[in-house]
Ligand binder design. Structure first.
Ligand code: DUC
Ligand code: ZN
Ligand code: ZN
Ligand code: ZN
Length: 488
């Protein structure tokens, strides 16, 4: 039976434009966006008068059901997505971790984990080592499996970290496939050194985590990755930009015309590091993520960079570990599983911090929470837009209503919340995913198995004109140098 939905009288917002209009949905697809749509009585009608009707959030950076640091994140593809839906996010892109070095085995494992999905999802692929087989498999991922981005780790020495030689190989491979290279930018060798230094000083608590990997190491790795991407002439996406140091490198490169994307995450935008000094271990350990949440001031600077366009979209790095798991590091901060929540809170906190505060417009909000992600990963306008023909992933946000965040009422399986107690203006009152109302009147109707795997095609707009730059470079090399043939 066809499911038909009419959203009446709201302000429909896209990244480029907003207007008062009705939105008519049939079988999961937006059929019409215009004023005064008339429908029969077999259609469910939602009144959105005085509210914003926007594309559902797309979270470009999550870790659901990930095995990491000797344990597994406690939000899986159902609980994490249910939390997302309750917070107005209708799609996410998760990171596949290869299994025994095999990308295809990794993808199969993640597709299996994702069978219980209640919203659409896509995958990035993490590259944790390099050899001929990885290189071959990258090609299969892009050409046959719907993957168009690969993440390289410049941190996690001895585990996920790769060196510059391998990063260069990876960048070249990404370029040849039209896939986007992503980096976790911290200098892993220096972090390792910094950790030893803290332990030697007897600083074994959660504050040691931040002290051992300061902003300068994020700035260094970000600058290095940007310069190597420039050398190869391929676009670069810097995940979880947490510091002024990293942000300024991205801003500078973009100003010079380089194609670099910077993704701050909601924890970095609204929190500072003071919690890491909480005398209660668990209260402090819940803030441990990498790169670390920075000192007061970095948060505001990252917000400002989003509002000026120096940073382009907001993720979460949602990577949930509960108190029992955080306690693995009670005697040594190096054993605290790294990760904080955010998949449920991102849309609300970004609205309150950026729109309600007057830093950005509502159209910009749609761009940084949804549309830009869809464009970068080549899903636009199927995703990230309220247009006829787009998927019906839609939220209705009431700017006059308020939200409050607490572990008692959130939908993640976490027993803590890194944003505990935060309140703000602007509430997602309705979430529609795949044309179905899944969140309304604070009630969740998430259906396991209803989410689809979204295959992403290579060569997004970030690759436009890259070949021309290469051709120009090559022809400059081929200009003959006149030298005298006289014997010396
Ligand atoms: N950082 C985290 O905090 N968790 C997962 C991986 C990462 O890079
Ligand atoms: Zn219009
Ligand atoms: Zn990372
Ligand atoms: Zn991450």
């Amino acid at each position: 039976s066809a499911s038909k939905l009419l959203i009446k009288g709201g302000t429909v917002v896209n990244a480029h434009h907003q207007e008062i209009a009705d939105v008519y949905v049939e079988d999961g697809i937006i059929v019409a966006v215009k004023p005064n749509i008339k429908v029969g009585d077999d259609v469910t009608v939602l009144d959105a008068t005085g509210k914003f009707v926007m594309p559902g959030g797309i979270d470009p950076h999550t870790h659901l059901a990930m095995e990491f640091m000797g344990t597994e994140t406690i939000d899986d593809f159902f609980s994490g997505q249910a939390a997302a839906l309750a917070g107005g996010t209708t799609m996410h892109i998760d990171f596949v971790i290869p299994v025994k070095g095999s990308l295809s085995k990794g993808l199969e494992a993640y597709k299996d984990k994702a069978k219980k999905s209640c919203m659409d999802y896509g995958f990035h692929m993490a590259i944790t080592k390099w050899d001929e087989n990885v290189s071959r498999e990258m090609e299969i991922m892009v050409k046959e499996k719907g993957i168009n981005s690969f993440k390289f780790f410049l941190a996690y020495k001895g585990a996920l970290m790769i060196n510059d030689e391998l990063l260069l190989e990876g960048l070249k491979k990404c370029k040849s496939l039209g896939a986007l290279a992503m980096v976790h930018a911290e200098n892993g060798d220096a972090v390792f050194e910094g950790q030893k230094r803290m332990i030697e000083l007897g600083i074994t608590g959660p504050e040691g985590h931040a002290l051992s990997r300061p902003p300068v190491l994020e700035g260094e790795a970000t600058a290095r990755a940007i310069r190597l991407a420039s050398f190869v002439n391929t676009p670069l996406y810097v995940v979880h930009v947490m510091s002024i140091d990293a942000m300024e490198e991205i801003a500078k490169a973009r100003k010079s015309g380089q194609r670099v994307i910077g993704e701050p995450v909601v924890s970095g935008l609204v929190l500072d590091d003071s919690g890491l000094w909480d005398p209660d271990f668990i209260n402090a350990a819940k803030y441990v993520m990498s790169p670390p949440i920075r000192a007061l001031g970095h948060d505001k600077a990252l917000q400002a960079a989003l509002s000026t366009g120096n940073l382009q979209l907001v993720g979460t790095d949602h990577c949930a570990f509960n108190s029992t798991q955080k306690a693995f590091g009670i005697d040594d901060f190096r054993k605290i599983p790294n990760g904080v929540n955010g998949i449920e809170e991102r849309m609300h906190l970004v609205w309150d911090t950026m729109v309600e505060s007057g830093q950005i417009s509502v159209t910009d909000y749609v761009r940084i929470t949804s549309t830009e992600c869809a464009r970068i990963f080549n899903m636009y306008p199927r995703k990230g837009a309220i247009l006829a023909g787009s998927d019906a992933d839609i939220i209705i946000l009431n700017p006059n209503s308020s939200f409050q965040i607490t572990a008692r009422s959130h939908h993640s399986r976490l027993d803590t919340n890194v944003f505990e107690g935060r309140k703000g203006k602007g509430k997602v009152e309705v979430t529609i995913a795949g044309g179905k109302i899944v969140w309304e009147n604070d009630e969740l109707k998430a259906v396991p198995g209803s989410g689809k795997y979204i295959e992403m095609q290579p060569f997004s707009y970030l690759f436009n004109g890259i070949d021309k730059v290469d051709a120009k470079y090559l022809s400059s090399l081929q200009a003959p140098v006149q030298r005298s043939k006289a014997a010396s």
